[in-house]
Design a binder for this molecule. Structure first.
Ligand code: GMT
Length: 361
């Protein structure tokens, strides 16, 4: 099939999912054009996927770069030039409306995948809801978790089919031999990977970590990624006197070499429709301790592959982690279970096959 993918690039989870889907579709013999304003970090320059940049012009009269219009134009041009049979957008705002605006030929099948804040944050904004709901009603819609599909029903009145994200377990695997790169002997390594937006509540992770150290646990917190609240997380660490125990690592196209070295992965997001970083940790044999929000309980099996605490319970996050770290046999069993469960339930071939079924139906 000739497939156009429209997504955001950079560090975001939706762009990562779209990039990896594009790669797998290409490897399966489909022709893929990836349209984005910025190349996703995971779509390396050597990737065999055709990447076309969306250029959104700026002009003093315009209030902003008019990305939606530029995306619609890019999509229309790509559909014509590459004779696309399928257009699959990732992140509904503004991509769903952009696809409608492109007025693609009737035979082009359009699928929109909802990822998270496009539904439960932007989707609820009266300035954006109306036209997004209209666009979603005209196409097939999928959501990355059952929790997000339910929210989409409320926000947009659409019935979204659940197609979860997937993980490459050959790539994301345990790397205990790399742990000494990040922590000293005898220390536990806790990792958090994100784009440091306020929704990730990274200062709360620092508070939880300070509590963990206060309980006498020898550990280091490794923050991986970048984003608006990274300076705030660093400041919180300084204020709590734990700055020397917290490391900040920049975004990398090889996160598996850091995540796979950890003992635990932490998340404490306000909302998390799926939690791709959590899935990548589980596949790497790294149990996840997180706030129980959104679709995370569909990814992390509480008590079996990780531990979920109530949102805001940063002490609970630290105490659950301390308990796990204190019981190496239990932690080891959880590590094995995490990897097995991620492989069994989030297999890339199965998910790509589901998307192909959606395209064909
Ligand atoms: O919705 C967002 O905040 C953006 C999006 C992204 O591009 O990072 O993240 C969402 O999509 C990911 C991939 O499906 C999910 O793993 C994340 O859980 C989800 N983020 C939120 O729900 C906050």
């Amino acid at each position: 099939m000739r497939i156009g993918l429209l997504a955001f690039g950079g560090l975001g989870g939706s762009g990562t999912v779209a990039a990896e889907l594009g790669l797998r579709l290409t490897q399966a013999g489909h022709e893929v054009v990836f349209l984005s304003r910025e190349r996703p970090l995971r779509l390396e320059h050597t990737a065999p996927v055709r990447f076309e940049r969306i250029d959104a012009p700026t002009y003093p009269v315009l209030p902003g770069p008019l990305y939606s219009l530029a995306a619609a134009s890019a999509l229309r041009r790509a559909a014509r030039e590459h004779r696309l049979e399928v257009v699959h957008t990732h992140y509904a705002v503004p991509h769903a409306a952009g696809a409608s605006l492109a007025r693609l030929e009737a035979e082009v099948r359009v699928v929109h995948t909802l990822h998270g804040t496009d539904v439960n944050l932007l989707g609820l904004d009266p300035a954006l809801r109306e036209v997004t709901a209209l666009a979603l009603a005209q196409a097939r819609v999928t959501a990355v978790s059952a929790s997000l599909a339910r929210q989409a029903g409320v926000a947009f009145g659409v019935e979204a089919e659940v197609v979860p994200n997937f993980v490459d377990a050959a790539r994301f695997r345990p790397h205990p031999e790399l742990k000494p790169r990040y922590v000293e002997a005898g220390e536990a390594m806790i990792v958090h990977a994100s784009n440091f937006r306020p929704i990730k509540r990274t200062p709360d992770l620092v508070r939880a970590f300070a509590h963990l150290l206060g309980m006498g646990v020898r550990a280091r917190l490794v923050f991986l990624g970048d984003g608006p609240e990274r300076p705030l997380a660093a400041r919180t660490a300084r204020e709590l006197g734990v700055r020397d125990r917290v490391r900040f690592l920049p975004p990398t196209p090889r996160p598996e070499l850091i995540i796979g070295a950890a003992d635990l992965l932490w998340l404490h997001s306000q909302e998390e429709s799926f939690g791709l970083a959590a899935l990548e940790a589980l596949a790497s044999g790294v149990p996840v301790v997180a706030a129980r929000v959104g679709g995370l309980s569909e990814v992390v099996r509480h008590g079996e592959t990780g531990w979920l605490v109530e949102l805001g319970d940063v002490h609970g996050q630290a105490e659950a982690s301390a308990a796990l770290l204190a019981e190496p046999d239990r932690l080891e069993a959880m590590r094995r279970q995490a990897r097995a469960d991620a492989r069994a339930r989030f297999d890339p071939d199965a998910v790509v096959a589901r998307y192909l079924e959606v395209y064909q139906s």
